[in-house]
Design a protein around this ligand. Structure first.
Ligand code: GDP
Ligand code: IMO
Ligand code: MG
Length: 422
Protein backbone atom coordinates (compact mmCIF):
# COMPACT_ATOMS: atom_id res chain seq x y z
CA UNK A 1 0.00 0.00 0.00
CA UNK A 2 1.40 3.39 -0.96
CA UNK A 3 1.55 5.28 2.31
CA UNK A 4 2.27 8.78 3.51
CA UNK A 5 3.72 9.00 7.00
CA UNK A 6 3.39 12.46 8.44
CA UNK A 7 3.81 14.21 11.77
CA UNK A 8 0.66 15.49 13.45
CA UNK A 9 2.20 17.86 16.00
CA UNK A 10 5.21 20.20 15.87
CA UNK A 11 7.68 17.63 14.51
CA UNK A 12 9.82 15.00 16.23
CA UNK A 13 6.87 12.67 16.71
CA UNK A 14 9.01 9.63 15.95
CA UNK A 15 8.36 9.51 12.20
CA UNK A 16 11.82 8.11 11.46
CA UNK A 17 11.25 5.11 13.68
CA UNK A 18 7.84 4.36 12.14
CA UNK A 19 9.19 4.75 8.58
CA UNK A 20 12.07 2.43 9.43
CA UNK A 21 9.66 -0.12 10.87
CA UNK A 22 7.42 -0.07 7.78
CA UNK A 23 10.32 -0.08 5.31
CA UNK A 24 10.79 -3.82 5.72
CA UNK A 25 7.65 -4.41 3.66
CA UNK A 26 8.19 -1.48 1.25
CA UNK A 27 10.12 -1.14 -2.01
CA UNK A 28 10.77 2.57 -2.19
CA UNK A 29 11.00 5.36 0.41
CA UNK A 30 10.68 9.00 -0.63
CA UNK A 31 10.93 12.45 0.94
CA UNK A 32 8.77 15.20 -0.60
CA UNK A 33 9.45 18.29 1.48
CA UNK A 34 11.63 19.95 4.09
CA UNK A 35 15.40 19.87 4.18
CA UNK A 36 18.12 19.22 6.69
CA UNK A 37 16.06 21.05 9.30
CA UNK A 38 14.66 17.54 9.88
CA UNK A 39 16.30 15.10 12.28
CA UNK A 40 14.91 11.57 12.23
CA UNK A 41 16.34 9.18 14.79
CA UNK A 42 16.37 5.47 14.12
CA UNK A 43 17.78 2.80 16.43
CA UNK A 44 18.56 -0.29 14.39
CA UNK A 45 21.29 -2.92 14.05
CA UNK A 46 22.45 -1.90 17.55
CA UNK A 47 23.30 1.61 16.29
CA UNK A 48 21.77 5.04 16.43
CA UNK A 49 21.32 6.85 13.12
CA UNK A 50 20.16 10.44 12.67
CA UNK A 51 18.84 11.20 9.20
CA UNK A 52 18.34 14.74 7.95
CA UNK A 53 17.88 14.56 4.18
CA UNK A 54 18.36 10.90 3.32
CA UNK A 55 15.13 8.87 3.63
CA UNK A 56 15.26 6.50 6.60
CA UNK A 57 14.67 3.56 4.25
CA UNK A 58 18.35 3.68 3.30
CA UNK A 59 19.19 1.79 6.50
CA UNK A 60 17.72 -1.42 5.09
CA UNK A 61 20.41 -1.56 2.39
CA UNK A 62 18.17 -2.77 -0.46
CA UNK A 63 15.41 -0.18 -0.81
CA UNK A 64 15.34 2.60 -3.39
CA UNK A 65 15.29 6.01 -1.69
CA UNK A 66 14.17 9.18 -3.40
CA UNK A 67 14.66 12.85 -2.52
CA UNK A 68 11.84 14.59 -4.37
CA UNK A 69 11.50 17.97 -6.05
CA UNK A 70 9.77 19.46 -2.99
CA UNK A 71 12.84 19.01 -0.79
CA UNK A 72 15.32 21.85 -0.40
CA UNK A 73 18.68 20.22 -0.65
CA UNK A 74 21.83 21.47 1.03
CA UNK A 75 24.59 19.78 -1.00
CA UNK A 76 27.30 20.22 1.64
CA UNK A 77 24.96 19.01 4.40
CA UNK A 78 23.86 16.02 2.34
CA UNK A 79 27.46 14.99 1.58
CA UNK A 80 28.33 15.16 5.28
CA UNK A 81 25.29 13.06 6.08
CA UNK A 82 26.20 10.47 3.44
CA UNK A 83 29.74 10.28 4.81
CA UNK A 84 28.48 9.78 8.37
CA UNK A 85 26.08 7.05 7.22
CA UNK A 86 28.83 5.34 5.22
CA UNK A 87 31.07 5.42 8.30
CA UNK A 88 28.25 3.66 10.11
CA UNK A 89 28.31 0.91 7.50
CA UNK A 90 25.42 2.04 5.29
CA UNK A 91 25.79 1.67 1.52
CA UNK A 92 24.69 4.67 -0.55
CA UNK A 93 24.99 4.26 -4.32
CA UNK A 94 23.39 6.25 -7.17
CA UNK A 95 21.07 3.25 -7.65
CA UNK A 96 19.91 3.36 -4.03
CA UNK A 97 19.60 7.12 -3.57
CA UNK A 98 17.97 9.16 -6.34
CA UNK A 99 17.72 12.94 -6.07
CA UNK A 100 15.25 14.93 -8.15
CA UNK A 101 16.81 17.26 -10.69
CA UNK A 102 14.02 19.68 -9.80
CA UNK A 103 14.94 19.97 -6.11
CA UNK A 104 15.98 23.46 -5.05
CA UNK A 105 19.49 23.93 -3.71
CA UNK A 106 20.28 25.55 -0.36
CA UNK A 107 23.28 27.82 -0.93
CA UNK A 108 25.57 29.50 1.62
CA UNK A 109 23.74 32.85 1.39
CA UNK A 110 20.45 31.16 2.30
CA UNK A 111 21.91 30.06 5.63
CA UNK A 112 23.31 33.55 6.27
CA UNK A 113 20.00 35.20 5.39
CA UNK A 114 18.15 32.78 7.69
CA UNK A 115 20.44 33.60 10.63
CA UNK A 116 20.37 37.35 9.88
CA UNK A 117 16.59 37.50 9.74
CA UNK A 118 16.32 35.59 13.01
CA UNK A 119 18.77 37.96 14.70
CA UNK A 120 16.83 40.95 13.39
CA UNK A 121 13.54 39.58 14.73
CA UNK A 122 14.99 39.57 18.25
CA UNK A 123 12.43 38.38 20.77
CA UNK A 124 9.98 37.65 17.93
CA UNK A 125 12.34 35.17 16.28
CA UNK A 126 10.91 31.93 14.91
CA UNK A 127 13.65 29.80 16.39
CA UNK A 128 14.57 28.27 13.04
CA UNK A 129 17.19 25.58 12.65
CA UNK A 130 19.29 28.17 10.71
CA UNK A 131 19.71 25.72 7.85
CA UNK A 132 18.55 28.27 5.24
CA UNK A 133 15.23 26.53 4.72
CA UNK A 134 12.95 29.59 4.71
CA UNK A 135 15.10 31.68 2.33
CA UNK A 136 15.48 28.74 -0.09
CA UNK A 137 11.72 28.14 -0.28
CA UNK A 138 11.23 31.91 -0.60
CA UNK A 139 13.60 31.95 -3.59
CA UNK A 140 11.65 29.06 -5.10
CA UNK A 141 8.36 30.98 -4.74
CA UNK A 142 10.02 34.17 -5.98
CA UNK A 143 11.35 32.25 -9.00
CA UNK A 144 14.95 33.20 -8.28
CA UNK A 145 16.14 29.87 -6.91
CA UNK A 146 18.59 27.34 -8.33
CA UNK A 147 17.59 23.76 -8.91
CA UNK A 148 19.98 20.83 -9.08
CA UNK A 149 19.43 20.63 -12.84
CA UNK A 150 20.97 24.10 -13.13
CA UNK A 151 24.27 22.66 -11.89
CA UNK A 152 24.64 20.20 -14.78
CA UNK A 153 26.44 23.07 -16.44
CA UNK A 154 28.39 25.37 -14.13
CA UNK A 155 28.04 28.37 -16.44
CA UNK A 156 24.26 28.30 -16.01
CA UNK A 157 24.62 28.09 -12.24
CA UNK A 158 27.17 30.93 -12.31
CA UNK A 159 24.82 33.23 -14.24
CA UNK A 160 21.92 32.51 -11.91
CA UNK A 161 24.01 33.03 -8.76
CA UNK A 162 25.38 36.29 -10.21
CA UNK A 163 21.83 37.62 -10.58
CA UNK A 164 20.63 36.34 -7.20
CA UNK A 165 23.62 37.75 -5.33
CA UNK A 166 22.88 41.31 -6.38
CA UNK A 167 19.84 41.38 -4.13
CA UNK A 168 21.11 38.91 -1.50
CA UNK A 169 24.25 41.03 -0.99
CA UNK A 170 22.16 44.19 -0.61
CA UNK A 171 20.19 42.48 2.12
CA UNK A 172 23.31 41.16 3.85
CA UNK A 173 24.89 44.63 3.71
CA UNK A 174 21.77 46.08 5.32
CA UNK A 175 22.20 43.57 8.15
CA UNK A 176 25.88 44.61 8.44
CA UNK A 177 27.04 41.15 7.33
CA UNK A 178 29.76 40.07 4.90
CA UNK A 179 28.65 39.63 1.29
CA UNK A 180 29.40 36.77 -1.12
CA UNK A 181 31.04 36.59 -4.53
CA UNK A 182 29.79 34.06 -7.05
CA UNK A 183 33.16 32.30 -6.92
CA UNK A 184 32.94 31.95 -3.14
CA UNK A 185 29.51 30.35 -3.45
CA UNK A 186 30.58 28.02 -6.24
CA UNK A 187 33.85 27.06 -4.54
CA UNK A 188 31.97 26.11 -1.38
CA UNK A 189 29.44 23.85 -3.09
CA UNK A 190 31.35 22.55 -6.15
CA UNK A 191 32.89 19.41 -4.56
CA UNK A 192 29.57 18.45 -2.94
CA UNK A 193 27.59 19.00 -6.15
CA UNK A 194 30.14 16.95 -8.10
CA UNK A 195 29.77 14.12 -5.61
CA UNK A 196 25.97 14.25 -5.78
CA UNK A 197 25.44 14.67 -9.54
CA UNK A 198 25.53 10.90 -10.26
CA UNK A 199 22.46 10.62 -7.99
CA UNK A 200 20.58 13.45 -9.72
CA UNK A 201 17.90 12.34 -12.14
CA UNK A 202 14.27 12.78 -13.13
CA UNK A 203 12.63 10.72 -10.37
CA UNK A 204 9.07 11.00 -11.73
CA UNK A 205 9.29 8.00 -14.13
CA UNK A 206 10.89 5.91 -11.36
CA UNK A 207 8.03 6.65 -8.97
CA UNK A 208 5.39 6.01 -11.64
CA UNK A 209 7.00 2.74 -12.71
CA UNK A 210 6.99 1.57 -9.10
CA UNK A 211 3.33 2.57 -8.81
CA UNK A 212 2.34 0.80 -12.05
CA UNK A 213 4.21 -2.34 -10.94
CA UNK A 214 2.24 -2.25 -7.67
CA UNK A 215 5.36 -1.82 -5.59
CA UNK A 216 4.96 -0.27 -2.14
CA UNK A 217 6.02 3.35 -1.82
CA UNK A 218 6.41 5.06 1.55
CA UNK A 219 6.56 8.82 1.91
CA UNK A 220 8.55 10.02 4.88
CA UNK A 221 7.15 13.34 6.05
CA UNK A 222 9.41 15.85 7.72
CA UNK A 223 8.34 18.32 10.45
CA UNK A 224 4.74 18.19 11.64
CA UNK A 225 1.29 19.47 10.72
CA UNK A 226 1.43 22.48 13.06
CA UNK A 227 4.63 23.54 11.28
CA UNK A 228 2.85 23.44 7.89
CA UNK A 229 3.09 26.76 6.04
CA UNK A 230 -0.72 26.79 5.54
CA UNK A 231 -2.15 24.91 8.51
CA UNK A 232 0.42 25.56 11.21
CA UNK A 233 0.88 28.19 13.88
CA UNK A 234 1.74 30.97 11.41
CA UNK A 235 4.33 32.57 11.43
CA UNK A 236 5.98 30.15 13.87
CA UNK A 237 6.38 27.29 11.43
CA UNK A 238 8.50 26.04 8.56
CA UNK A 239 8.22 27.01 4.89
CA UNK A 240 6.85 23.84 3.29
CA UNK A 241 3.61 21.86 3.23
CA UNK A 242 4.35 19.26 5.85
CA UNK A 243 0.86 17.77 5.60
CA UNK A 244 -0.01 14.86 3.33
CA UNK A 245 -0.51 16.93 0.16
CA UNK A 246 3.15 17.93 0.28
CA UNK A 247 4.14 14.35 -0.51
CA UNK A 248 2.39 14.57 -3.90
CA UNK A 249 3.43 18.08 -4.94
CA UNK A 250 6.90 17.28 -3.66
CA UNK A 251 7.41 14.07 -5.65
CA UNK A 252 5.30 13.95 -8.79
CA UNK A 253 3.19 11.02 -7.61
CA UNK A 254 -0.49 12.05 -7.72
CA UNK A 255 -3.02 11.80 -4.85
CA UNK A 256 -4.73 8.89 -6.65
CA UNK A 257 -1.61 6.79 -5.97
CA UNK A 258 -1.94 7.14 -2.20
CA UNK A 259 -3.86 4.49 -0.31
CA UNK A 260 -3.03 5.16 3.32
CA UNK A 261 -1.98 8.10 5.51
CA UNK A 262 -0.35 7.28 8.82
CA UNK A 263 -0.34 10.21 11.21
CA UNK A 264 2.38 9.99 13.83
CA UNK A 265 1.87 11.67 17.19
CA UNK A 266 3.51 11.43 20.56
CA UNK A 267 1.40 10.38 23.53
CA UNK A 268 2.06 13.92 24.77
CA UNK A 269 3.15 17.13 23.00
CA UNK A 270 6.53 18.69 22.27
CA UNK A 271 7.76 21.65 20.31
CA UNK A 272 11.19 23.11 19.53
CA UNK A 273 11.46 26.76 18.56
CA UNK A 274 9.19 29.69 19.36
CA UNK A 275 5.44 30.05 19.05
CA UNK A 276 2.26 29.14 20.85
CA UNK A 277 1.92 25.83 22.66
CA UNK A 278 -1.14 25.92 24.91
CA UNK A 279 -0.43 22.69 26.84
CA UNK A 280 3.24 23.48 27.55
CA UNK A 281 4.07 22.49 31.11
CA UNK A 282 7.30 23.09 33.02
CA UNK A 283 6.86 20.02 35.19
CA UNK A 284 6.49 17.71 32.15
CA UNK A 285 9.46 19.38 30.43
CA UNK A 286 11.64 18.91 33.51
CA UNK A 287 10.44 15.30 33.82
CA UNK A 288 11.57 14.34 30.30
CA UNK A 289 14.77 16.37 30.33
CA UNK A 290 15.82 14.75 33.62
CA UNK A 291 15.52 11.40 31.82
CA UNK A 292 17.72 12.63 28.97
CA UNK A 293 14.73 12.70 26.63
CA UNK A 294 13.38 15.42 24.34
CA UNK A 295 16.48 17.11 23.04
CA UNK A 296 16.42 18.07 19.34
CA UNK A 297 18.03 15.62 16.91
CA UNK A 298 19.25 18.43 14.62
CA UNK A 299 20.14 21.34 16.90
CA UNK A 300 20.35 19.64 20.32
CA UNK A 301 17.95 22.23 21.76
CA UNK A 302 15.77 21.15 24.68
CA UNK A 303 12.25 20.57 23.40
CA UNK A 304 9.33 22.24 25.13
CA UNK A 305 7.02 19.53 26.51
CA UNK A 306 3.41 19.42 27.60
CA UNK A 307 0.22 17.39 27.84
CA UNK A 308 -1.46 15.75 24.88
CA UNK A 309 -3.37 18.34 22.84
CA UNK A 310 -6.25 16.83 20.87
CA UNK A 311 -7.35 20.21 19.48
CA UNK A 312 -4.26 20.19 17.30
CA UNK A 313 -4.60 16.53 16.47
CA UNK A 314 -8.25 16.90 15.47
CA UNK A 315 -7.33 19.41 12.77
CA UNK A 316 -4.24 17.45 11.72
CA UNK A 317 -6.27 14.25 11.29
CA UNK A 318 -8.68 16.12 9.00
CA UNK A 319 -6.14 17.99 6.93
CA UNK A 320 -3.93 14.95 6.35
CA UNK A 321 -6.81 12.53 5.82
CA UNK A 322 -5.28 10.26 8.45
CA UNK A 323 -6.42 6.66 8.06
CA UNK A 324 -4.23 5.30 10.88
CA UNK A 325 -2.59 6.78 13.93
CA UNK A 326 0.83 5.79 15.19
CA UNK A 327 1.07 6.90 18.82
CA UNK A 328 4.69 6.99 19.94
CA UNK A 329 6.55 7.19 23.25
CA UNK A 330 3.62 5.79 25.19
CA UNK A 331 6.34 4.39 27.49
CA UNK A 332 7.33 8.01 28.23
CA UNK A 333 4.23 8.30 30.41
CA UNK A 334 4.79 5.01 32.29
CA UNK A 335 5.66 6.64 35.62
CA UNK A 336 3.00 9.35 35.69
CA UNK A 337 0.31 9.08 38.30
CA UNK A 338 -2.32 10.93 36.33
CA UNK A 339 -2.50 12.26 32.79
CA UNK A 340 -4.18 15.27 31.30
CA UNK A 341 -5.64 15.45 27.81
CA UNK A 342 -6.54 18.82 26.34
CA UNK A 343 -9.94 18.39 24.70
CA UNK A 344 -10.69 22.01 23.75
CA UNK A 345 -9.39 25.56 24.21
CA UNK A 346 -11.05 28.32 26.14
CA UNK A 347 -10.61 31.57 24.22
CA UNK A 348 -12.30 34.60 25.80
CA UNK A 349 -14.73 32.37 27.67
CA UNK A 350 -15.74 30.42 24.56
CA UNK A 351 -15.03 26.73 23.96
CA UNK A 352 -13.07 25.93 20.77
CA UNK A 353 -12.52 22.40 19.52
CA UNK A 354 -10.49 23.59 16.53
CA UNK A 355 -7.29 25.68 16.53
CA UNK A 356 -7.72 29.43 16.02
CA UNK A 357 -6.29 31.29 13.02
CA UNK A 358 -5.55 34.57 14.78
CA UNK A 359 -2.35 35.25 16.67
CA UNK A 360 -4.31 36.69 19.58
CA UNK A 361 -6.50 33.56 19.63
CA UNK A 362 -3.41 31.41 20.08
CA UNK A 363 -2.05 33.71 22.77
CA UNK A 364 -5.28 33.48 24.73
CA UNK A 365 -5.98 29.77 24.19
CA UNK A 366 -6.26 28.10 27.59
CA UNK A 367 -6.50 24.31 27.57
CA UNK A 368 -9.63 22.61 28.87
CA UNK A 369 -8.44 19.30 30.30
CA UNK A 370 -9.81 15.88 31.03
CA UNK A 371 -7.82 13.91 33.58
CA UNK A 372 -7.22 10.18 33.32
CA UNK A 373 -5.39 7.87 35.73
CA UNK A 374 -1.85 6.82 34.73
CA UNK A 375 -0.84 3.14 34.51
CA UNK A 376 2.38 3.42 36.53
CA UNK A 377 3.95 0.31 35.11
CA UNK A 378 6.63 -0.47 32.56
CA UNK A 379 5.21 -0.88 29.05
CA UNK A 380 8.53 -1.23 27.22
CA UNK A 381 8.34 -5.03 27.00
CA UNK A 382 4.77 -5.11 25.65
CA UNK A 383 4.51 -6.70 22.21
CA UNK A 384 0.75 -6.62 21.69
CA UNK A 385 -2.29 -4.53 22.60
CA UNK A 386 -3.24 -7.18 25.16
CA UNK A 387 0.12 -6.74 26.94
CA UNK A 388 -0.67 -3.09 27.70
CA UNK A 389 -2.06 -2.05 31.09
CA UNK A 390 -5.79 -1.25 31.14
CA UNK A 391 -5.23 2.44 31.87
CA UNK A 392 -2.91 2.74 28.86
CA UNK A 393 -5.60 1.19 26.66
CA UNK A 394 -8.18 3.61 28.06
CA UNK A 395 -5.87 6.57 27.37
CA UNK A 396 -5.23 5.48 23.78
CA UNK A 397 -8.90 4.73 23.12
CA UNK A 398 -9.85 8.17 24.42
CA UNK A 399 -7.18 9.80 22.21
CA UNK A 400 -8.55 7.96 19.18
CA UNK A 401 -12.14 8.96 20.01
CA UNK A 402 -11.23 12.62 20.52
CA UNK A 403 -9.29 13.00 17.28
CA UNK A 404 -11.39 10.79 15.02
CA UNK A 405 -8.93 8.16 13.77
CA UNK A 406 -8.02 4.61 14.83
CA UNK A 407 -4.77 3.82 16.63
CA UNK A 408 -3.00 1.25 14.43
CA UNK A 409 0.58 1.46 15.74
CA UNK A 410 1.96 2.10 19.21
CA UNK A 411 5.54 2.99 20.07
CA UNK A 412 6.68 1.73 23.45
CA UNK A 413 10.41 2.35 23.16
CA UNK A 414 12.93 3.67 20.63
CA UNK A 415 13.97 0.26 19.24
CA UNK A 416 12.58 -1.18 16.01
CA UNK A 417 10.89 -4.05 17.83
CA UNK A 418 9.24 -1.73 20.35
CA UNK A 419 6.36 -1.16 17.96
CA UNK A 420 2.95 -2.70 18.52
CA UNK A 421 0.54 -3.28 15.66
CA UNK A 422 -3.02 -2.94 16.90
P1 GDP B 1 11.17 12.44 14.04
O1 GDP B 1 11.83 13.71 13.67
O2 GDP B 1 9.68 12.51 13.96
O3 GDP B 1 11.70 11.24 13.29
O4 GDP B 1 11.51 12.19 15.59
P2 GDP B 1 12.94 12.45 16.32
O5 GDP B 1 13.87 11.37 15.93
O6 GDP B 1 13.37 13.84 16.14
O7 GDP B 1 12.50 12.34 17.84
C1 GDP B 1 11.85 11.22 18.33
C2 GDP B 1 12.69 10.65 19.48
O8 GDP B 1 11.93 9.70 20.18
C3 GDP B 1 13.93 9.91 19.03
O9 GDP B 1 14.93 10.06 20.00
C4 GDP B 1 13.48 8.46 18.94
O10 GDP B 1 14.54 7.53 19.15
C5 GDP B 1 12.53 8.41 20.10
N1 GDP B 1 11.40 7.48 19.96
C6 GDP B 1 10.62 7.24 18.89
N2 GDP B 1 9.61 6.41 19.21
C7 GDP B 1 9.76 6.13 20.53
C8 GDP B 1 9.00 5.38 21.48
O11 GDP B 1 7.97 4.78 21.17
N3 GDP B 1 9.46 5.38 22.77
C9 GDP B 1 10.58 6.05 23.15
N4 GDP B 1 10.95 5.98 24.43
N5 GDP B 1 11.29 6.78 22.29
C10 GDP B 1 10.89 6.83 21.00
P1 IMO C 1 11.52 16.72 12.09
O1 IMO C 1 11.41 16.24 10.65
C1 IMO C 1 10.86 19.88 14.99
C2 IMO C 1 10.98 24.00 13.54
C3 IMO C 1 12.11 24.87 14.03
C4 IMO C 1 11.40 26.21 14.05
C5 IMO C 1 10.54 26.13 12.79
C6 IMO C 1 11.14 26.79 11.57
O2 IMO C 1 12.71 16.21 12.79
O3 IMO C 1 10.25 16.50 12.80
P2 IMO C 1 13.08 26.08 9.89
O4 IMO C 1 14.52 25.80 10.12
O5 IMO C 1 12.33 24.95 9.29
O6 IMO C 1 12.82 27.36 9.15
O7 IMO C 1 12.47 26.32 11.37
O8 IMO C 1 10.33 24.76 12.55
N1 IMO C 1 11.40 22.72 12.91
C7 IMO C 1 11.29 21.52 13.49
N2 IMO C 1 10.88 21.19 14.73
N3 IMO C 1 11.21 18.91 14.11
C8 IMO C 1 11.58 19.23 12.86
O9 IMO C 1 11.80 18.30 11.92
C9 IMO C 1 11.68 20.59 12.51
N4 IMO C 1 12.05 21.26 11.39
C10 IMO C 1 11.86 22.55 11.64
O10 IMO C 1 12.54 24.48 15.31
O11 IMO C 1 10.55 26.31 15.14
MG1 MG D 1 13.10 15.15 14.49
Amino acid sequence: MNTIICGLQWGDEGKGKIVDYLTESADLVARGQGGNNAGHTVLANGKKYILHLVPSGILWGNKTCVIGNGVVMDPVGLCKEITTLEEQGITITPELLLISDRAHVVLPYHRELDAAREAALGKNKIGTTKRGIGPTYADKANRIGLRLADFHDEETARELIDIRLQEANETLTRYGLPTFTTDEVLDEVRPAIARLLPHVTNVIPTLHKAWKEKKTILFEGAQGSLLDIDFGTYPFLTSSNTTAGGACTGSGLPPTAIERVIGVCKAYTTRVGSGPMPTENDDISAYFHARGMEFGATTGRARRCGWLDTVLLRMAVMVNGVTDLAVTIVDGLDERESLKICVAYDIDGERHEFPPATRSGWDKATPIYEELPGWQSDTTAARSWDDLPENAKTYLNRLSELVGAPVSFIGNGPEREQTIIV
